[in-house]
Design a binder for this molecule. Structure first.
Ligand code: PMV
Length: 323
């Protein structure tokens, strides 16, 4: 049997602004997806017959990436992530299946996380009608703290470039990493799931409409970009207070872009008394918020009392790995 684990992600800064070429910062979290593969007599997923049309990510990896034509496989998947919640669960699934299949077919060859990030991105794009940013797949593959941008961002280490032909034209991204200071690694993130799915496509379209009707709102995008750069400096310097302040400021700009909602705001407000900062994370409209804290237990309780489902993680977990 071959098994691999790939982490989920949390966007700390730059959601929505990244769609307009500004940088976004994401960290890998402790929770993720584990995939196991064994040879068997028939194709199975989670004990049920495998229907390729219902699982386009997995089918793309098996057929188009690995060109697998061996005996049938049984796939088992365990996820510690809420799905459709902005935690990158489908990217983690693509990475975990890709890594497990790589290990099954080439057990002696080490895993190439950049190659995996690219193939998982192509699987995501195939499953999402050609529209997928590499944020989730790159963060899950590389682990740590990843900066995605239209261009190289000062103070970061460049890892690779990637592009995609989308229905709106060709898009290019620069994928960079930042070393987290030890003080940041000792802090905690508490994510709070609203229990409502986060409709990424719908929220991106809503922001596009707002910007075309009220062009002055692009000031908020500029602000988010500035806040993101301040947040990056705080992440590498280990300045948790500045990091928290930047998260609060980012949430305010996302509210102005109308991607927050009363549920997300309620969880953010509940977390703040015991946190250095809190904001929605990901597309908004549902999904999750995230708080930075040194008291994860208190924040998790506050989120639960306010009606959310908490998930506690350190910042910058290791990337995809064979287990
Ligand atoms: O899908 P989510 O919730 O992780 O958020 C995606 C982040 C956006 O900036 C809103 C969209 C994108 O493609 O980057």
């Amino acid at each position: 049997m071959a098994s691999a684990f790939a982490p989920g992600k949390c966007i700390l800064f730059g959601e929505h602004a990244v769609v307009y070429g500004h940088p976004a910062v994401a960290v890998a979290i402790d929770q993720g997806v584990r995939a196991s593969i064994t040879e068997s007599l028939e194709w199975k997923l989670e004990g049920m017959p495998f229907d390729p049309s219902r699982h386009p990510h997995i089918t793309h990896i098996i057929q188009s990436v690995f060109h697998y034509d061996g005996p049938p496989l049984t796939l088992d998947v365990q996820s510690g992530l809420f799905s459709a919640a902005g935690m990158g669960s489908s990217a983690a699934l693509s990475n975990a299946v890709g890594a497990a299949l790589h290990s099954h077919l080439n057990a002696d060859e080490p895993l190439d996380s950049v190659k995996l990030a690219k193939l998982a991105h192509s699987a995501e794009a195939t499953a999402q009608k050609g529209r997928a940013s590499p944020t989730d797949t790159a963060t899950s593959a590389l682990g740590g703290c990843v900066v995605i941008s239209g261009e190289h961002v000062e103070g970061t280490r460049h890892v690779f470039d990637t592009s995609l032909v989308t229905p709106e034209g060709r898009r290019e991204w620069s994928i960079n990493v930042v070393d987290l200071s030890p003080r940041v690694r000792e802090a905690w993130l508490v994510m709070g799931y609203t229990g409502v799915g986060s409709p990424t496509g719908r929220m991106v379209a809503k922001v596009a409409k707002l910007l075309s009707e009220s062009p002055e709102r692009s000031e908020d995008m500029e602000d988010i970009s500035r806040i993101t750069r301040a947040g990056l400096t705080a992440l590498s310097a280990g300045n948790l207070e500045a990091l928290g302040m930047a998260m609060d400021a980012c949430h305010e700009r996302l509210q102005r872009l109308r991607v927050s909602n009363p549920l997300l705001d309620r969880l953010v407000v509940a977390a703040r008394p015991h946190s250095m900062g809190a904001k929605l994370t990901g597309a908004g409209g549902g999904g999750c918020m995230v708080a930075l804290t040194e008291d994860p237990q208190r924040v998790a309780e506050a989120i639960e009392v306010a009606g959310g489902r908490p998930l506690v993680s350190r910042l910058g977990a290791k990337g995809v790995r064979v287990v």
